[in-house]
Design a protein around this ligand. Structure first.
Ligand code: HAM
Length: 420
């Protein structure tokens, strides 16, 4: 037996309904907020991520599934969607082709991480990106979409955390202050932090090593080093969130694990996920489009882990509606007519099942019960000779004869009545 690869999983009936619910709610909400869907390939050139996601990130340094294809090109299974969305935006000049560049996408991502609850090697994201809009109201609207998604899915006890990591003008000053504050403590930090101090000092805030925490707690906060423009922007974002009564908390440690962020960063944390508690995360990335060879356009977005949303859904969410009708046949004549009725009902839009292998009527009725059919149509015997069939209301355990010609109407009428 060949088992699934570690960190990947099958989504089976019983679970898949929860996925469908999340996907449906996400797509509906994105459309309501004016986003259009884009689907990009799962494989891209490796350099898209080394340049886009960033050379100093854990993703690029340790987690990418990369290989050389038969033509000699370096290919990567996308670890995140943002660089692909930027590529598609630039490659197809979407800023001219579309009335507005608010894009979303859903699909699998790949990271060679250590699997645990909420963390997988193949996982799925809803990714949302907005290009070319700078106003703080856009940051707030993106955060509002994220927050509304969590609300629409009835995920309780979620918490919104925000931060600002500044821009190319103010970030160097903050990094300098950070390194100065570290001073002699730097050699006491873990190896990863020492590496980060050289490549991207902000990411020291991502460190989870317990022994490092007292030192990290004493370090300065990026919001205290923002230039005037960034400070004004951040204040306006918070003002808009307050105006919409979206509760937020500033976390100065929210620097995010990717290199491209500028100004606003945010995450929504869940309660049910243990260590992997980020349901979604994102932020502004004003230099990324240009650095990937596009025009000088700003960007902002977020990605939600679909596995994590599914895990956080309330119990019983997305339960599959039972098949509405079941057709049971008695004898060969009954069977021939039952097959016709099966198709008639389906063509009339009624979800209908039937045992296609001949079975006793008892076995067929058992099956109807198991499928939780609302109504069973019993076809055969004397009734059929009289041009009638039997309609059984499974909930009331009552049955009556109706004319063969009116079967579709009679089933519809019963289902409408029971839906009310
Ligand atoms: P990220 O924080 O790396 O950001 O991932 C976003 C979300 O994807 C996480 O909050 C989590 O829910 C989910 N996720 C990440 N890794 C895994 C994993 N190994 N297993 C399960 N779920 C996972 C990004 O990917 C950015 N591209 C977000 C963004 C879009 N920023 C701007 N635009």
């Amino acid at each position: 037996m060949i088992a699934a690869i570690r960190g990947t999983h099958d989504i089976l009936p019983g679970q898949v309904e929860r996925w469908q619910l999340v996907e449906r709610v996400a797509a509906e909400l994105c459309a309501r907020y004016g986003y259009v869907e884009v689907r990009t390939p799962v494989i891209e050139r490796e350099e898209l991520f080394s340049k886009g996601t960033g050379e100093t990130t854990d993703i690029v340094q340790k987690e990418m599934y990369s290989f050389t294809d038969k033509g000699g090109d370096r290919i990567t299974l996308r670890p995140e969607a943002t660089p692909s969305m930027v590529r598609a935006y630039v490659e197809h000049s979407l800023e001219h082709a579309l009335p507005s560049t608010k894009l979303y996408s859903m699909g699998p991502m790949f990271r060679y991480e250590r699997p645990q609850k909420g963390r997988y090697r193949q996982f799925h994201q809803l990714d949302v990106e907005v290009f070319g809009l700078n106003d703080p109201a856009v940051d707030a609207e993106v955060i509002d979409l994220a927050w509304s998604l969590i609300e629409a899915l009835q995920i309780l006890q979620a918490e919104l955390v925000i931060n600002s990591v500044g821009c190319a003008e103010c970030r160097p000053k903050f990094q300098e202050a950070l390194l100065a504050a570290l001073g002699d403590d730097l050699p006491k930090l873990c190896g990863d932090c020492q590496r980060r101090a050289k490549t991207n000092p902000l990411r020291i805030y991502d460190c989870k090593v317990p022994a490092d925490q007292p030192i990290i707690d004493r370090l300065p906060h990026s919001v205290d080093y923002l230039c005037e423009a960034c400070a004004t922007h951040f204040a306006a974002v918070k003002g808009h969130l307050d105006g919409w009564q979206i509760p937020w908390r500033v976390s100065h440690r929210l620097v995010r694990g990717l290199d491209y962020y500028t100004r606003t960063t945010f995450e929504i944390l869940g309660q049910t996920l243990g260590a992997q508690n980020a349901l979604l995360g994102g932020g502004r990335y004003d230099g990324l489009v240009k650095s990937l060879g596009g025009p000088d356009r700003t960007g902002i977005g977020f990605a939600a882990g679909l596995e994590r949303l599914v895990l956080a859904l309330p119990e019983g969410a997305g339960a599959e509606p039972p098949p509405r009708a079941f057709v049971a046949a008695i004898g060969d004549d009954g069977r021939a007519e039952a097959l016709k009725i099966l198709r008639e009902l389906r063509r009339a839009g009624v979800s209908t099942q039937m045992e296609l292998e001949a079975r006793s009527i008892k076995a067929q009725m058992k099956r109807a019960d198991r499928l939780a059919a609302r109504v069973t149509i019993i076809v055969g015997g004397d009734e059929l000779a009289r041009g009638e069939i039997t309609l059984r209301d499974m909930r009331a355990s009552e049955q009556r004869a109706v004319s063969r010609a009116s079967v579709v109407d009679a089933v519809r009428e019963l289902l409408t009545r029971s839906a009310g």
